[in-house]
Design a protein around this ligand. Sequence first.
Ligand SMILES: [Fe+2]
Length: 264
Amino acid sequence: MQKLPEFELHTVDGYIETIYLAVYRDRVLLLDCGCSSDVARIVSYLDGLGRPMESIALAVASHAHPDHLGGAHILQQKYRIKVAAPARINSWYPGTGGFIQHRIDTMLAQTVARSNGRKREAIGYPRSLALDFPLREGDPLPFFADWVIVETPGHTNHDIVLYHPATSLLYAADVMIKVGKQFVLPIPVVAAEEQHLSFDKLKALSVRYLALAHRGLQPVEAFSDIIDSLQNQLHPITTASLRVRTARALQSFSPALRAMKKAK
Ligand SMILES: [Fe+2]
């Protein structure tokens, strides 16, 4: 747990990702929704803090992947929690192509869980979300106007991250991951040019704390150097490892991605 001036930032070890709870005096912000099987972990963690699930005023899903959107429907339907997500989140999995993409992404999530030594859990979830709050660039977050939305497409067509200027904290979701001491690109990057522009936007932010979905909270000293390194990794992306190239090739079923490629 990191004590910041305005809230405590708690982390929950999810099935394959880190889930963050920004715990304010009178309410809680959930970043992100985790896999569907992670909702029980969130309930249990909050219970340990002596807070009911109803204290979550808002849950954010940064993008449509199983470890970010998976828990959203249970949070909405079982616990009546409002969910905010990118306005375009439902463009990722519609139709037959979306059905195939959704199955592939769920399978990839299970592969990550297995490689992390996790016992298999059921992580099925609906392909679309009834958005309580669609989020767009520069919007303040509903109920938490101290956070700002930054659109960061590249990993999907609709990723967002959340910036908290007062504490210089960036919830970076899947815009980058950390392996050992190195910050590396998310797997996959489906649109390198968009990802580069997303990094340009992040470089303009003052960031002292980086909350990653796949490595926990990282204090940082030279954030712009991290972004420079990530941008440098984008350009030889076609020579990336077989695993990265395979993951990228497996994203070709999303109708949104096909539309992006057609438009170029
Ligand atoms: Fe993702």
